[in-house]
Write a protein that binds this ligand. Structure first.
Ligand code: ZN
Length: 272
């Protein structure tokens, strides 16, 4: 069992959709002492709504959920009738028992995934607020929608607005609740990950200060998230520059001044 006064250590990756949260949660496992569990909130929702499908999903450890030695244990403890908060408590109990002093990495992204952690009395919650450049985000969203056969009018404006709204809400939530958080540019990290991490480790109040280098190697059991969770070589992060040669974002970026300013500020933040 974990020591009684030991806090639950959680590193939460907050962001909008398709913004690199899954690959970042895998990447954190290059450091010692992390237990990356993917989108815990979504895992619970899938457990609630379609357990049979969830059991067939492949975990980042290479096993199906039904055979994964982490999630199969959790699913045997979780009780559908006891609700979300109880599921989180059971998960924490299991983690503190099996992986004492590890930091749980939860890449649930959205505000609703942060709230269950705030219910714990003794929690050391750090939030990495990951922001992908709005132009890259816009092209990703358009391409994902096209894969699903969805075409919309003025998609550039639409995605710029959603991006801005999601990040503004996140910033307000983090500020209102005085959570310990840092803003992190996806592009800066993906293009120059080593520099990025050294920079962050040297900063104050940052989520990576919870790393204890004496801890054991990290462990990942990422069941929900995109296919990057299954990557075998985390050292080869390839940044997708295709948005640079596209123009769907151009008009929205030029005309939506506050959004352009916010986007620029995030990149500037990273340079200081
Ligand atoms: Zn697993």
């Amino acid at each position: 069992m974990g020591k009684q006064n030991e806090p639950v250590r959680v590193c939460y990756i907050a962001s909008s959709s398709h913004s690199g949260t899954t690959i970042l949660s895998r990447y954190l496992c290059k450091e010692k002492g992390f237990l990356s569990l993917g989108e815990i909130h979504l895992t619970w929702l899938k457990y609630l709504s379609d357990k049979d499908v969830l059991m067939k999903e492949i975990c980042s450890c290479g096993q199906s959920a039904a055979s994964c030695n982490f999630w199969s244990e959790i699913f045997s403890i979780w009780n559908l009738n006891h609700g979300l908060q109880n599921a989180y408590s059971e998960l924490v109990k299991f983690c503190m028992n099996q992986y004492p002093e590890f930091t749980i990495v939860d890449s649930s992204k959205y505000i609703k995934g942060i709230s269950p952690w705030m219910e714990f009395e003794n929690v050391d919650l750090r939030v990495i607020h990951l922001v992908k450049d709005v132009r890259n985000y816009t092209v990703s969203q358009i391409d994902n929608a096209l894969k699903k056969g969805v075409r919309r009018k003025l998609p550039g404006f639409r995605h710029h607005f959603f991006w801005w709204q999601q990040h503004q809400r996140l910033i307000k939530f983090l500020n209102d609740n005085q959570l310990n958080s840092i803003l992190m540019s996806y592009e800066k990290w993906a293009i120059e990950p080593t520099f990025m991490f050294l920079n962050k480790v040297n900063g104050l109040n940052n989520p990576l200060n919870i790393i204890n280098p004496k801890k054991a190697d990290s462990v990942h059991h990422i069941l929900t998230g995109n296919n990057s969770r299954l990557t075998s070589d985390i050292d080869r992060i390839v940044y997708d520059y295709r948005w640079f040669h596209r123009n769907e974002w151009l008009l929205a970026y030029l005309l939506m001044g506050p959004i352009r300013k916010f986007n620029t500020e995030i990149i500037k933040n990273e340079e200081t």
